[in-house]
Every structure is written in C-alpha cells, then in structure tokens.
Design a binder for this molecule. Sequence first.
Ligand SMILES: Cc1cc2nc3c(=O)[nH]c(=O)nc-3n(C[C@H](O)[C@H](O)[C@H](O)COP(=O)(O)OP(=O)(O)OC[C@H]3O[C@@H](n4cnc5c(N)ncnc54)[C@H](O)[C@@H]3O)c2cc1C
Length: 427
Amino acid sequence: MPQTTTKPDPTPSNAQKAVVIGAGIVGVNVALALQDKGYDVTILDRGEPGMGASFGNAGGLAVTECAPIAMPGTLMNVPGWLMDPLGPLSVRWGYLPKMLPWLLRFVAASSKSRVEQIATELAAILNRAWDDYDHVIATAGLGDAVSKKEGAMAVYRSEASRRDDDYNIDLRRRNGVSLRDLTRDEVRDLEPDLADIFSCGVMEEDWGRVMDPYKIVMGIYKCFLDRGGKFQTAEVTDFVYRDGKPRAAMTTSGDQITFDQVVVACGAWSKTLAKRLGSNALLDTERGYNTTVPYHDAKLSRMVICADDSFVLTPLEMGIRVGGAVELGGLTAAPNYKRAKALFAKGREVLPKLKSEGGTEWMGFRPSMPNSKPVISKSPVHQNVFFAFGHGHLGLTMAATTGRLISDLVTGSETPINMTPYRINRF
Ligand SMILES: Cc1cc2nc3c(=O)[nH]c(=O)nc-3n(C[C@H](O)[C@H](O)[C@H](O)COP(=O)(O)OP(=O)(O)OC[C@H]3O[C@@H](n4cnc5c(N)ncnc54)[C@H](O)[C@@H]3O)c2cc1C
C-alpha cells in the first residue's frame, strides 16, 4: 500500500519563528515536532541534510541499551583494549590532553551508584522511544522503512564472557528491558549463517532497526518540507543579540537569520554554538567506523551484537553493515580506515559468507557526553534558547523522543518525564 503523510493545518502568518540548527536525525525530529505545535520552522545546516553521524550509523533502534558506556569495570578493560592497535577502543594521543575534563567525568560516571542512576535516566527516554517514533513514522509515512521490535541478538563466545555481562544485563532488566537468554542451539537456529563459535546469546526483545539510516532522516525531512517547513544552507558561527537576548543566527556568508526561538542540534559540533549562547557543554566525540557490503549470499535476519569484541552486524536495505568501535581523537583528525578493515575482518569470523567486494567504508562522529546522557534542555541563560545534542551511541534511537521533549520545552508544556537529568548545566 502506498504510504501517505499527514499534513497539519497551514502555519498561521503570525506563528512564532523557530530556527533549528543542524539537519541530522535529531534536528529533523525537533523541526517536525515544533511544526506540529504550529511553529514556523526553518532548519539551517552547513551541508546537505543527513550527512553527519546520522548518515551511516548502524541503524539500530536500540531501546534496550540503557546501560551507559562508562560502567563499573570499564576502566579495568582500557589497558587491554589499548594494547590492541585495532581493538574496540583507540586514542589519538595528541588529542588526549584536550579531552582530559571529559575523561575525568567519564571516570566519575562509572561508579556503581552513578551507573544505577544514569541507567534509570536513560531508560526514562528509551522506554518511550517506540511511542514517539510510532507517531513520527505514521506522520512521515515511513512504515516500510522501519522494522519494529524484531529483537537484536547479542552473542557470546563463552559462558564466561556472558557472565562478565551479568551486571549489565541485570541492570537493564531492573529498568524494564526484556532480555531472553539463548542457548548455543537457539543462537544457531535463529541465525544459521553465523559461524558456530558462540556458546550462548541474549535476545534483546524490543530492539528495532531501520532499513537505511540516511533514508529515515530524509523521509522525516521531506515530510517537514511538504508540511511547509523551510531549509537554508548556512553555517552558523554566532548570534546577534538585542536587549540581551539572542535574536538571529549569524552565518559565514554574512546572513542574519532571525528567530523567536532557536534550537542547537549540531551533533558533535554543538559545543561552540552552545558556548556562544552562554552555556558550557562537556561534549566531545567518540568516532566510530563501519563497512557496508552487498549481501552476496550471506543471510542475516536481525542485528547481531558481538559482545566480546564490541561491534555489530546490521542487515540493511543496501547490504550488511559491520562496525562499531570507539576512537577518541576529536573532530579534525583524518579517518583511519584500518579500523573499519579490522572490524570487517572480525565480522568475517562471525559471518564467514561476508565478502568485501563492493564494500564502502565510513567514519562518523558520535556526539558524546561523558555520562552517556544527552542534552535535551532549555538554556539556563536565555528563555528562547534550547539544546538537543550529545546522544552518543543512541542518537537515532532517541531522536523522536528528543523532538517531542524539546517541543514541550519550547511551548512550556508539561513534559512526560522529569527533564532535570538532561539539562545542559549538569556538570
Ligand atoms: C559507527 C556508528 C554507529 C552508530 N550506530 C547507532 C545505532 O545503531 N543506533 C543509534 O541510535 N545511534 C547510533 N549511532 C549514533 C548516532 O548516529 C548519532 O547519535 C546521531 O546520528 C546524532 O545525530 P545528530 O542529529 O545529533 O548529529 P548529526 O547527524 O551529526 O547532525 C549534525 C548536523 O549539524 C550540522 N552542523 C554542525 N555544525 C553546524 C553549524 N555551525 N551550522 C550549521 N550546521 C551545522 C552538520 O552539518 C550535521 O548535518 C552510531 C554512530 C556511529 C558513529
């Protein structure tokens, strides 16, 4: 059946003018949600929509992932990871001093008491992600582009490595996540093309997947345009203030784009603009890599999470995407595609039918906060300024909920969850 999009009433000419800076998955969701509330919305991006981190991510609607990245014991693993130059974590040593404040907060966030609290706060967003996506998917007519709640299968090479994840699994179960243990035979029956190297698995029941992350951004963006939204190519560098209030975005081409409200949704690049608006954000980037290859004759029915080596395989519309890993190296260093190749080699151990012919490598900048919680926040300084960034490994998953929550903050409506944990001035 052809998908249709629903159109809102035309924007009234006296509507408040909102500018959203950044046309990634977060920005387009924020823009659509504000449009729903009757705002006259313009998205600004320095490039084409959807070409940032949202372009090539793994496509997981990972609603089960409320455990933060900094966990008790994470630090113990760091030396081992760093010994392997192509392991799951790498560091550009020259960048490390610049990252020190972030790293210190990361360490602080890994204590058990903090992790317990953070998991609950992430779950508050993730547990409503499907409801908010359902609304966006229906509005934009994207039903065929998303596979809902099909589950993702985490696999373990040994019972011992599964036991290493006991705390992580228990933490998530206690936050309402449905996780089902799988035997070796069940793993094999569910994904027969996987190598017979796994002792057991865990089915992450409510996990979903998009068929192409870029097409999701573009589908929502197109719906936004169809409903009267505007887009302008513009790199924002600063703001024009009147009576102490930011009133226009200044761009590299010298334009001043006026607004009543502004939302900064520039992913990993949001820090500078937040600062120009009077707020310091402890934002940095975890760079990630992947390779996407045509299926050839490999088959995969769902996402597979290789728990021992921290990477995932996703069946997408255009092929199988193999990737993950974290590289701490800032926003300007050139990609090191040896990392994508190393992940792909590991992927072939797991799915031997994978072939590299026709593959495409990609690197993206996750916008990461040290405690894994996004910034979804009103500015503490200016009434008409809002922030939506820092979604780390879960920006695709949390984007629809972020849009909904930001639109509540902008309109001053009651939010369905307590927003204190996601405020920009939390550190
Ligand atoms: C390898 C990898 C795998 C991932 N897998 C998943 C996954 O399976 N599930 C999941 O939920 N998440 C995943 N993520 C994370 C997810 O991709 C990100 O969290 C998400 O895409 C961030 O979206 P965003 O809109 O905030 O940023 P982006 O998509 O990066 O968009 C930011 C936009 O802001 C624009 N911009 C920046 N500065 C300016 C400026 N000054 N003026 C104008 N425009 C500007 C940029 O051009 C860009 O278009 C993954 C990430 C990586 C790297």
